[in-house]
Every structure is written in C-alpha cells, then in structure tokens.
Ligand binder design. Structure first.
Ligand code: SF4
Ligand code: SF4
Ligand code: SF4
Length: 285
C-alpha cells in the first residue's frame, strides 16, 4: 500500500467516526452552557451522560453491532426513569412539563422537553422515540417488532391524552391544591404505570409494539410537527433502489422511506431506528 493510499484510508476511517464525535460535542456544548448559565453542575452531569450514551450507540452502530440502539435506549431510558424520576423526584412526563411551565420554573423537565421534544426534533427528528424514551424501552421488548396488522385511523386519541394532561395540571392550579410537588411525584408513578399497561395491552391487541406511540402518546403532538422539518432523515437513492419493498416491511412505524419528500407516508413517525437501512439489499438508504 502506498503512503497516499494509506493516508486516504485513514481519512475515510476518521470521517466514519466523525458523527459520534460531533454528537458528543453538541451535547457537551449544551451541558457546559447550561451549567455555567444556571450555575448548577447537574446539567453538566446530565447532558454529558446522555451525550456519552448516544455517542456510544452511534459508535456501536457504525461497528454494525445489532443491539446498538437498544443499549442507548436502556442507558438513557433507565437513567431518566429511575434516577431523574424516582430518585430525584423530577416528573419528566408531559404533566411535569405543564407543571413546571405553569410555575415559571425552568427546571429539568422543561429543559428536557425543549431539547428532546420541541426544538431538538428540528435537528434529529424523533430520535428521542428510537433511542431514549423509557416507555418504548419496555415496549420494544414485546414480540411485535414489525406491525402484523395494517395501521388504524386512531391517531386522534393522542389529542385526548394531550388535553387530559393539560386539564389535570390546570385544575390543580385553579383549585389551589396544596403540596403539588408530592402530587406530581405520584402522578409520575401512576402515569407511568398507566402508560406501560396501555402500551402492553395495545401491543397485543394490534399485534404492534409501537401501537401506543402511533395512537395514544400525547408527546407526539409536539414531536410530529417538529420532526416534519428534521435535518436528519433517512433518504433513498433512487438510482440504487429496486422497489423490492423490504424497507417498508421491516419498518416499525409504517414509513414510506422510498419517498424522499417531506410529505412521505407516515414521515413524521420515523424514529430513526435504521432497520430499513440495515435491511435494504441494495444499500439505497
Ligand atoms: S411516541 Fe411517545 S411513547 Fe412512543 S417512543 Fe415517542 S415519546 Fe415514547
Ligand atoms: S429496501 Fe432498498 S431497494 Fe428495496 S425498496 Fe427499500 S430502498 Fe428500495
Ligand atoms: S425503519 Fe427506517 S423509516 Fe422506519 S422508523 Fe426506522 S429508520 Fe424510520
């Protein structure tokens, strides 16, 4: 191998690993900025931990490790559910977002929603749903990884759960209920139990692990419109595609990934799980 070829190979190898490094740099920028502006070292720890977990997942994906996504999901999902939710008593569900918004406190739950679910999706789409959500972390263990039935027209349910969460918090404030912090802690526990119960039940009824995500989850009211403009998307190289349909068959969210337009069928449902990319026989995605 000539010196020039050796350098070119080294260059290609470096480029391959640029993504996890960039991702870590983005999270570290958020971590340090929030740490210094809010004077709280928690933000440094929190966003560094998430950044390292996500970067590790991307690194493992590049290395073609088949459980890369699941590892990130468990690292981030368990951290948020157990450490932030149960140990630190931070309600990270949508009720917590409304609660901290109403109190005017820019706390972890508000920042979490701003980064992961409102503005973040403009860059990384619904990466949250594929790599971090603690509800899907459990649902993805169920047997229906690919939906076995056609999609139902039940997406309207999400607006009811979204409104119910908002009305619940508004009612607590309007009724001047005392000790709301304690109520929020129990709301977090009960809310999660209900989400898991509904998610598991729907998965078995519709033979689809992600039925809860498709029809019920209130957070999708934020996620779907924002991810429409996502910078990161899976795109199809039409020159290579042979229209075999395999990508749609393996997609847990029924996305027509061969259509490159923003209006692709179920385009705002893509959770960036990369199953389509892994299974495309022509490397067209
Ligand atoms: S749709 Fe909701 S439950 Fe499903 S992964 Fe996204 S945030 Fe989690
Ligand atoms: S799996 Fe690949 S080749 Fe087949 S339809 Fe999808 S993009 Fe085209
Ligand atoms: S299989 Fe592809 S199109 Fe479907 S959700 Fe995963 S990344 Fe998105």
């Amino acid at each position: 191998m000539s010196a020039k070829t050796f350098l070119m190979c080294g260059d290609a190898e470096m480029k391959k690993y640029a993504m996890p490094v960039i991702m870590l740099a983005v999270f570290e920028t958020v971590a340090i900025t929030l740490w210094l502006t809010k004077g709280n070292v928690f933000y440094l720890f929190n966003f560094s931990y998430i950044g390292i977990s996500v970067s590790l997942g991307i690194f493992l994906f590049i290395k073609k490790y088949k459980h890369a996504r699941r590892i990130v999901q468990l690292l981030v999902g368990l951290y948020m559910l157990v450490y932030l939710g149960l140990i630190c008593n931070e309600n990270m569900q949508i009720e917590g977002f409304w609660y901290y918004l109403f109190t005017g406190v820019f706390e972890a739950a508000t920042i979490h929603y701003a980064v992961a679910k409102i503005f973040g999706p403009l860059i990384f789409g619904r990466g949250w749903c594929g790599y971090a959500c603690w509800t899907a972390m459990v649902l993805d263990f169920l047997p229906y990884k690919v939906p076995e039935q056609p999609r139902k027209r039940l997406g309207w349910i999400r607006y009811i759960t979204f409104a119910a969460a908002l009305i619940f918090i508004a009612a607590l404030f309007l009724a001047h209920v005392g000790n709301i912090e304690r109520i929020m802690f129990w709301a977090f526990i009960i809310g999660n139990v209900l989400y898991y119960a509904a998610g598991i039940l729907l998965a078995f009824i519709f033979r689809d692990n992600r039925a809860f995500c498709k029809y019920v989850c209130p957070i999708t009211v934020f996620l779907k419109p924002m991810s429409y403009y996502s910078l990161f998307r899976v795109k199809c190289d039409k020159e290579k595609c042979i229209s075999c349909g395999k990508c749609k068959l393996v997609c847990p969210m029924n996305v027509d990934v061969t259509d490159n337009s923003r209006k692709r069928e179920n385009g705002t449902e893509c959770i960036l799980c990369m199953e389509c990319v892994k299974n495309c026989p022509k490397g067209a995605l």
